[in-house]
Design a protein around this ligand. Structure first.
Ligand SMILES: [Cu+2]
Length: 164
C-alpha cells in the first residue's frame, strides 16, 4: 500500500517536472519588421504591416532629405523628435493586439500615415509568456531534480518494504 502511494506521488512529480522543462525550452523570439521612408520622402514604406503580439516594428531611416518621426495616434509609441536619422523599435506585448495608426508629425497633412495590424499571439505562446517567472529561468532543472529525488526515495522505500 505504501509503495503504491509513493509511486503515485512520483508520477505527479514527474508530470510537474515535465511541464517545467517544457516551458523553459520554448523560447519564441518575435519578428522585427522594418518601416522606412520611400523615395517620395513623404510616405512610410511599407505603409501597412501585419504583426503578431511579441513582434516588433523598427522605424529605421538614415540620411533622409527631410526629418521624420513616427507617433502612434494614442501615444502607444513615439520615436521622438523628427529626425533625418531614426532607429526606433517598439515591441507589441501580449494583450496589445489591435489596429494602430501612426503619423509622421511634420508630414501628416501630406498623408504620411501608416497602419500596423497586430494579431493575437497563439494560445500556447501566451501561456509561456504568462508563466515565465525569474524562478523558472534561475532554476531550469528544479522540477527534474524533485522528480529524481522522489524516484530515489520510492525505490529505497519499496526495497525496504519488500524485505519485511
Ligand atoms: Cu515625414
Amino acid at each position: 500500500m505504501k509503495t503504491r502511494s509513493l509511486a503515485c506521488l512520483m508520477c505527479i512529480l514527474l508530470a510537474i517536472a515535465g511541464t517545467v522543462v517544457g516551458d523553459t525550452s520554448i523560447q519564441n523570439e518575435g519578428e522585427v519588421v522594418v518601416v522606412s521612408v520611400d523615395s517620395t520622402n513623404l510616405r512610410f514604406s511599407p505603409e501597412t504591416i501585419t504583426l503578431t503580439e511579441g513582434d516588433s516594428v523598427r522605424f529605421f531611416w538614415s540620411g533622409e532629405l527631410l526629418a521624420h518621426n513616427a507617433v502612434e495616434r494614442n501615444g502607444l509609441f513615439d520615436s521622438g523628435e523628427p529626425m533625418r536619422n531614426v532607429d526606433y523599435t517598439y515591441t507589441f506585448e501580449i494583450g496589445e493586439n489591435g489596429t494602430y495608426e501612426y503619423v509622421c508629425e511634420p508630414h501628416e497633412e501630406f498623408g504620411m500615415v501608416g497602419t500596423i495590424v497586430v494579431e493575437p499571439a497563439p494560445i500556447n505562446q501566451e501561456e509561456v509568456e504568462l508563466q515565465e517567472t525569474p524562478a523558472d529561468k534561475s532554476l531550469p532543472g528544479f522540477g527534474l531534480w524533485m522528480a529524481f529525488a522522489a524516484l530515489s526515495l520510492a525505490i529505497v522505500m519499496s526495497s525496504r518494504s519488500n524485505r519485511k
